[in-house]
Design a protein around this ligand. Structure first.
Ligand code: 6PG
Length: 253
C-alpha cells in the first residue's frame, strides 16, 4: 500500500528551493552513510534550475561528499547534449561543471541517438549501476520531478503508452503538444525510489496541483503525476503558495 504524499507549502520559490536543497543533502548523506553512494535522478524543466544552482553554492556544496554521488536523469529530450533544450546541458552548466563532477559519475540519456536506442542503452546503464536482480525494479535513492500544467511528469504524458509500461525501465516518449521525441524513466522505476520529490511552483500549476492531489470523481483520466505513488518510499510535494493556491487545505512550512 503506497503512502500518502507529504505536501509542504512554502512562501515562495526561493523558500521552496532552500527546503529542497536541505532534503537533497539529507537524503544524500543518509544514502552515502548506508550504501557509500547516492543515486539521484534529476528532473528537467525550469523549476529545478534554482535548486541545482544553490547546491553548487559553497554553503551547500561543502555539506556533501560529491565523489559518492551518481547523477541520473528522469527524462531527456531527443537532442544533442549541447542543445539548449537538453536537460543534461542545463544540469551540466548549473551543477556538474561548477562542482567539477567527473563524467564517470554522470549518467545522461543519449538524446543524440534515436529514442529507442537511447532508451535501451539507458536501461543497460541503470542495470549495471544498480545491480538490480532481473525481474526487480532498481531502487534509486532520490528522484526529483516537476509537473507540467497538463499533469505530465518526467516525460510521462497523459494518454501515452509510457504510462502502461510494466516491465521496461526506460522508454521513448513524445509530448502530445510538441513533435519532439523524448526518453523517460517509467512509473515502475520512479515508484520504487526511496524518496520522490516533486518541485512545483507558479500559479499556472495551481489547477492541476488540486486535481492531482485532491482527485475528485469525474476528473479527466489519470494525470501521470497522480500515478506517482511509491511502493514503500516517501513521496513529497514541495509547492510554493501560488501552486498550492487552489488546494482546499494547506499549511505553510
Ligand atoms: C522536462 C521535465 C518535465 C518538467 C515539467 C515542468 O524534461 O521538461 O522532465 O517533466 O519537469 O514540464 O517543467 P517546469 O519546471 O519548466 O515547469
Amino acid at each position: 500500500m503506497s503512502q500518502a504524499p507529504a505536501i509542504h507549502t512554502f512562501t515562495d520559490a526561493q523558500e521552496l528551493t532552500r527546503a529542497a536543497a536541505g532534503l537533497f543533502l539529507e537524503v544524500g548523506k543518509q544514502a552515502i552513510a548506508e550504501r557509500n553512494r547516492f543515486l539521484v535522478a534529476l528532473s528537467g524543466g525550469s523549476t529545478p534550475k534554482a535548486l541545482y544552482s544553490i547546491l553548487a553554492n559553497d554553503k551547500y556544496a561543502q555539506q556533501l561528499n560529491w565523489s559518492k554521488v551518481h547523477f541520473l536523469f528522469g527524462d531527456e529530450r531527443s537532442v544533442p547534449p549541447t542543445h539548449a533544450d537538453s536537460n543534461f546541458a542545463m544540469a551540466n552548466a548549473i551543477l556538474f561543471s561548477p562542482l567539477h563532477i567527473p563524467s564517470a559519475q554522470i549518467h545522461r540519456m543519449r538524446g543524440e541517438d534515436p529514442p529507442e536506442t537511447a532508451a535501451a542503452q539507458y536501461e543497460t546503464t541503470l542495470r549495471h549501476l544498480t545491480t538490480a536482480v532481473p525481474g526487480q525494479w532498481p531502487r534509486l535513492d532520490l528522484v526529483l520531478l516537476g509537473m507540467g500544467d497538463d499533469g505530465h511528469t518526467a516525460s510521462l504524458f497523459p494518454g501515452t503508452a509510457s504510462l502502461t509500461e510494466q516491465t521496461r525501465w526506460v522508454v521513448p516518449s513524445t509530448s502530445p503538444q510538441g513533435t519532439r521525441a523524448r526518453v523517460t524513466l517509467t512509473l515502475g522505476v520512479i515508484n520504487h525510489a526511496s524518496v520522490i520529490l516533486f518541485l512545483v511552483a507558479g500559479r499556472n500549476k495551481a489547477a492541476v496541483v488540486r486535481r492531482v492531489l485532491e482527485q475528485r470523481p469525474g476528473d479527466p483520466g489519470p494525470y501521470p503525476a497522480a500515478l506517482i505513488r511509491p511502493e514503500t518510499g516517501r513521496l513529497l510535494w514541495y509547492l510554493d503558495r501560488a501552486a498550492a493556491s487552489e488546494l482546499t487545505a494547506t499549511t505553510d512550512d
